[in-house]
Design a binder for this molecule. Structure first.
Ligand code: SF4
Ligand code: SF4
Length: 489
């Protein structure tokens, strides 16, 4: 099948197939209330309350939200706020752990027997897109009609260099991933389920081939894809596996497809079987500054510092620490930042690897255009952004940029093309908001003027201007408001 443009990048999958290690329970966890796209979750516990693993501590903040459960047993120390890695203030629950990791007594497998109860279970377990998107899974699966969904793609294409947390889940919890696939087949009535996996993932390819064969289930297939970047990006994966195109402003379901991350599926299956919601993550800890790279199973809310300590600490002073991989990861301001639901890797780099190359003048080589999977023109977007030209940014479709970083990776002048596109999107958003506010203000002014004229007309007995039935304005009827106090003849 035809593939979108992509890059061959060094994989650095140093931790692939290393057995994931469960770390010691940290002294504290800091659980942010903003771990999904949508409004923050609302705490339902207060300081001093004793909590256990899996107990609800915050309910969803709205439809596009997700509940949060305690990842540890212990005592709620405080409900406060923190500044996250994006510089935003977010509410936070701090729990002092007791080290016992006692499960909450109220946990029980949910009664799942049809689509509605399945969707309720997906909502209750707190699942969000664990590949990094953080979109509440319930919202993604809760489609209007089951006929809409023609294909479900299980995203097992972990294309970011270094990251191996999905690889680890597929290998160690492969039965749960497959259980999740069978749940999708049963309750979403998916006609076709494609497990999309990269060709370097040989051991998982073999084990899933075997699972499909022995299960005897029909309509589930393994699609082996080239190990290129950004193979795992949602729209790229849909095109590369099915040839379907998600049009601008549309959702994958509008193209008849749903993409779900393999670890998210394992979480849903685990909850439906045991009643234990999403409380921990397998996180790849790697990078040139790390002593013993590993996949660590950590309670959500664990400080990155504790994760690195679980890997023997640093062999060199880290000059840059990331949430996520080197292509799309975000630099964190300090090691107190917690493991989030969507954290699948944290990387720490030494001075040499953290060095930001000097930006030089664009040489108009066009490499950034050649590599963009969506055929955007990064160099032109950069210029439009520099000139604060919002109309040009719209014309060049800055909104379609998925910030994959391919353009910046190949640019010989090391232009900050991704940062520029992020800024470009923010400029367009601000410009849209300004235009909307201006339209609303003009409408409000016109309404106020009409009201004032009507009030004046009522006090003087004259018709308000512009309300005459036979206007002289070229025979056009300008404005015929219904008079409340007079019957129309
Ligand atoms: S970051 Fe945006 S512009 Fe650059 S290659 Fe990716 S999608 Fe294209
Ligand atoms: S790759 Fe870099 S140097 Fe080449 S055209 Fe694009 S921005 Fe300019």
């Amino acid at each position: 099948m035809k593939q979108l443009k992509s890059l061959s990048v060094p994989h650095h999958k140093n931790t692939a197939y290393m057995p994931a290690r469960r770390m010691d329970v940290p002294a504290f966890v800091n659980i942010p209330m903003s771990m999904n796209i949508g409004p923050p979750s609302k705490p339902v516990v207060s300081a001093g309350k004793t909590v256990k693993v899996g107990q609800l501590i915050a309910e969803a903040g709205g439809y596009v939200g997700a509940p949060i459960h305690s990842s540890v047993s212990g005592k709620v120390k405080k409900i406060g706020t923190t500044v996250n890695s994006m510089g935003q203030y977010v509410p936070l629950i701090t729990i002092e752990t007791d080290g016992l990791q006692e499960p909450y007594e109220g946990l029980a497998p949910p009664d799942v027997h049809d689509f509605k109860s399945f969707i309720q279970a997906v909502a209750d377990c707190g699942a969000v897109g664990l590949g990094g998107a953080s979109f509440p899974t319930m919202v993604k699966l809760n489609i209007k009609s089951l006929d809409q969904c023609e294909v479900i793609i299980v995203n097992a294409a972990e294309c970011e260099p270094y990251n191996t947390s999905d690889t680890s889940t597929l290998f160690e919890r492969g039965d749960e991933v497959f259980e999740g696939i069978l749940l999708l087949k049963k309750y979403m009535q998916a006609k076709q389920i494609i497990i999309a996996i990269e060709d370097i993932n040989t051991r998982n390819i073999e084990s899933f081939k075997e699972r499909i064969r022995t299960s005897g289930v029909s309509g589930v297939e393994l699609r082996i894809l080239p190990s290129t970047y950004p193979q795992g990006a949602e729209k790229v994966l849909i095109y590369n596996t099915t040839g379907r195109i998600v049009m601008e402003g549309k959702l994958p379901i509008d193209a008849g497809a749903i993409v779900i991350n393999c670890t998210t599926l394992a979480v849903i299956a685990h909850y439906i079987r045991t009643g234990m919601p999403l409380v921990e993550k397998t996180v790849t800890v790697d990078g040139s500054a790390v002593k013993e790279p590993a996949n660590i199973i950590a309670p959500i809310g664990t400080a990155l510092r504790d994760l690195y300590n679980a890997c023997g600490g640093f062999k060199e002073e880290p000059k840059k620490v990331l949430y996520g991989g080197p292509m799309m990861g975000i630099a964190v301001p300090d090691l107190d930042q917690p493991v989030l639901k969507s954290t699948n890797a944290t990387l720490a780099f030494n001075e040499k690897d953290a060095r930001i190359p000097e930006q030089t003048a664009c040489i108009r080589c066009g490499k950034c255009i050649d590599v963009c999977p969506f055929n955007l023109m990064p160099v032109e977007l950069y210029n439009a952004c520099e000139n604060r030209n919002c109309d040009m940014l719209r014309k060049l479709k800055v909104n379609l940029c998925m910030e994959c970083g391919c353009c910046a990776y190949v640019c010989p002048a090391k232009r900050e093309l991704v940062e520029s596109n992020k800024l470009g999107k923010a400029l367009v958003r601000a410009d849209d908001a300004k235009k909307k506010a201006a339209v609303e203000e003009a409408a409000a002014r016109a309404a106020a003027k009409a009201e004032a004229e009507q009030a004046e007309g009522e006090s003087t007995g004259k018709e308000p201007s512009g309300t005459e039935k036979n206007s002289s304005a070229g025979g056009r009827i300008l404005f015929l408001p219904r008079r409340k106090d007079k019957k129309r003849r």
